[in-house]
Design a protein around this ligand. Structure first.
Ligand code: SAH
Ligand code: SF4
Ligand code: F3S
Length: 473
């Protein structure tokens, strides 16, 4: 084990002591229970950020704050940002801009901004100079420092803009989960792949895996607490354990979690095609608790583009993995990510992507227009693609995937699926949405009391986006 793999337990304990001290001070002022100051967390980006925000919530609660549903009721606002595309950064800036007015009404309000966006020096500097009402920013490796940052802000000490050069694992931080029945479980952090378009390796550091025993213990606790679904998370979840000795890989940790007694199911994301091992595919196919889904981002169907993206696989390798998955698990739900308009992408390259979409027959694809990210090699490549060309390719891709999705979703019609009743439908309060193997949520009539429980639902109709069914029992 590398000695510097984890943040020292002493540092974590010191931060937790700061957090408890803040709580004690609030208590002395009678600010507990309903009178406790509110905290509000705004999260952008991927599931990893959702999981990190649950740790931020855990820290806020240790500091004696209580969750509120509106930023205007909060005394502490934490924003967890994303930097994956320009749009994500713009949205965060616009929301943070709105908090200016909240702060004007309450000079004691503390606003902290963390996450991938402010792990870039230029962005942290921008907050320092142009957002005077932001008390502090913190990088993705410094979530544990939030109690001392809040304390400094309370004591009106200097504003802080933390960007370290170390990304370590912090074990032992409190977590306050937002969803009772579906749980995120981070098993590794960071990325070593440096795809030429992607900001993640620069803002999340190198790959580091948690110890297998710690992960399994967390999973055991989640199941005991009533979680019905656990999603294992990592930027490259299937390289889990490659940076450590003796911890096993993703397949072995998933099999260990499946041995935990209880009625729950297991998911994992996101996998890189180069590390989609036979062992993982076999585990997905054979373990009943693992949902029969595989998210395997391909990004492009052109070998030329894949090479310039530094994806480290060819379409031949990718399609070989897909073939292996389909053979092991013929009913698998396959999903992917695609980037259109990567620098130099020709009409012919794009045609190869649509061909690959047809050949694989994904249940669903997340498609994005390439967004240049400062500091990445692709941003400096010549032949940046015109926005209108990229938009038109995106529209074609979405239309094609819609056709494919209808066909794929239709295979469930007449079948009874075991779904996890997730929430009341946003459009009809008598309907629930349930999730399971289909890539899209399933809508069915049912009582709210079913939420958080498994339900057998017979699928009656399926479009590209919406699937409907009736409750069997
Ligand atoms: N680690 C995962 C996913 C990371 S981000 C993986 O490698 O698959 C999720 C998706 O965002 C990526 O799969 C990619 O399709 C997209 N993405 C990443 N950087 C992008 C950029 N600069 N422009 C547009 N899309 C991007
Ligand atoms: Fe980004 Fe590539 Fe790493 Fe995924 S594998 S996070 S796309 S660099
Ligand atoms: Fe965004 Fe960071 Fe996730 S850039 S997609 S929040 S890892």
């Amino acid at each position: 084990m590398k000695k510097d793999h984890f943040i020292s337990p002493r540092i974590i304990e010191a931060e937790l002591a700061e957090a408890r001290e803040i709580a004690e001070q609030l208590e002395k002022r009678g600010l507990t229970g309903d009178r406790a100051p509110g905290y509000y967390i705004q999260t952008f980006g991927c599931q990893q950020n959702e999981a990190d925000s649950e740790t931020l919530a855990g820290l806020a609660e240790t500091m004696g704050y209580r969750r509120v549903l509106s930023p205007s009721d909060a005394k502490l606002i934490l924003v967890n940002t994303c930097a994956i595309r320009e749009h994500a950064e713009k949205r965060a800036l616009s929301i943070i801009g709105e908090y200016k007015h909240v702060r004007e009404n309450d000079p004691e309000l503390i606003i902290g901004v963390g996450g991938c966006m402010v792990t870039q020096r230029s962005r942290a500097d921008k907050f320092k100079t142009s957002y005077p009402y932001v008390s502090f920013t913190f990088d993705t490796g410094s979530i544990h420092s939030v109690p001392s940052l809040v304390k400094a802000a309370m004591e009106k000490k200097k504003r802080s803009f933390v960007i370290g050069d170390e990304y370590k694992i912090s074990e032992g931080l409190p977590v306050s989960r937002s969803s009772g029945h579906s749980a995120w479980l981070s098993i590794m952090y960071g990325c070593n792949n440096f795809c030429s378009y992607c900001i993640v390796p620069y803002v999340r550091g190198r790959e580091r895996s948690r110890l297998a025993d710690d992960v399994v213990e967390d999973a055991r606790r989640l199941v005991a607490d009533g979680a019905k679904e656990i999603t294992l998370l990592g930027q490259n979840v299937n390289s889990y354990g490659l940076d450590l000795e003796d911890q096993g890989g993703i397949a072995s940790i998933m099999r260990r979690i499946c041995e935990i007694e209880g009625d729950f199911r297991l998911k994992f994301m996101t996998s890189h095609p180069k590390d989609a091992s036979d062992a993982l595919i076999e585990a997905v196919a054979s373990e009943d608790k693992i949902v029969k889904q595989f998210h395997l981002p391909v990004q492009s169907g052109s070998d030329d583009v894949l090479r310039r993206m530094n994806r480290k696989y060819t379409t031949e390798h990718y399609l070989g993995r897909i073939e292996k998955i389909k053979k092991a698990c013929p009913d698998i739900t396959l999903t992917t990510d695609i980037i259109v308009g990567f620098p130099g992408e020709t009409d012919e390259d794009f045609r190869m992507t649509t061909d690959l979409l047809r050949e694989v027959g994904y249940d669903m694809a997340f498609s994005f227009i390439y967004s240049p990210r400062e500091g990445t090699p692709a941003a400096k490549m010549e032949e940046q693609i015109d926005k209108s060309v990229a938009t038109s390719r995106l529209q074609k891709l979405i239309a094609l995937q819609d056709e494919i999705s209808v066909k794929r979703n239709s295979r469930f019609i007449g079948r009874t699926l075991r779904l996890l009743a997730d929430e009341v439908s946003r459009t009809d309060e008598n309907m629930l949405t349930g999730r399971g193997q289909p890539a899209r949520p399933v809508h069915f009539a049912g009582d709210k009391s079913l939420i958080g429980r498994f339900a057998d639902v017979e699928i009656t109709s399926a479009g590209s986006y919406s699937i409907e069914g009736i409750l069997k029992k």
